[in-house]
Write a new protein. Structure first.
Length: 209
């Protein structure tokens, strides 16, 4: 090989190395002051179920940056066998932000019934004081598709928050494969007739009482 060819290959290698330094992503760091680095760490840990990964993700659910905290909850819920215990702990902490608790209860909808009874979700739907968290519970029930929850979902059609009503009617539809004339963005007081029709239809087509 001629010297000029060798010099050309060396120059190309140097150029590629420089490009790699600029464009090749660094690994994430869950302890970095940069939220983007913490988000990247969450992406790398997403779906992992080993104890150390889950421990790190749980810690990040209390991150001061909301997008980091929410991403950490989603990463815990992305495990093939969703870890229900940490999600329930996150939900139970009253000092966690409503969006974080909402993501936790929504992720619980993917957990097996033997680990997370449907009553865990319906209790939150009925009684949690924060509408974001109630909407998260309805979203979890939309994933669960358990007819046992129909009664609580019907009650949620009259929730004062439109997001809760939207996920409640979505969950009813996914659970029963029925579609109803109901607008979640309209106040329940203005569509009582539609709600009565929904109840009557469910009594005829399901075990709803």
């Amino acid at each position: 090989m001629r010297p000029i060819q060798i010099a050309g290959l060396v120059a190309l290698a140097v150029l590629l190395g420089a490009v790699a330094v600029v464009y090749w992503p660094d690994s994430g760091d869950p302890d970095s002051p940069d939220p983007d680095k913490r988000l990247q760490a969450i992406t790398e840990l997403s779906g992992q179920a080993d104890a150390e990964a889950v421990k790190t993700l749980v810690r990040l659910t209390r991150d001061s940056e909301p997008r980091v905290a929410i991403a950490a909850v989603k990463a815990i819920g992305a495990a093939p066998k969703t870890s229900h215990a940490p999600l329930q702990r996150i939900l139970a902490r009253p000092d966690n932000s409503p969006p974080v608790r909402a993501e936790a209860v929504a992720a619980l909808g993917k957990c097996p019934k033997k680990n997370v009874p449907v009553t865990v979700l319906t209790k939150v739907l009925k009684s949690d004081p924060d509408p974001q968290v109630r909407a998260g519970a309805a979203r979890g029930l939309a994933r669960r598709r358990d007819k046992v929850a129909i009664g609580e979902l019907v009650e949620a059609l009259e929730d004062p928050d439109a997001r809760v009503r939207l996920w409640a009617v979505t969950a009813i539809g996914r659970t029963t494969a029925l579609r109803f004339d109901y607008d979640a963005w309209t106040e329940p007081e203005k569509q009582q007739k539609k709600i009565r029709i929904i109840k009557e239809t469910l009594r005829l087509r399901t075990d709803y009482k």
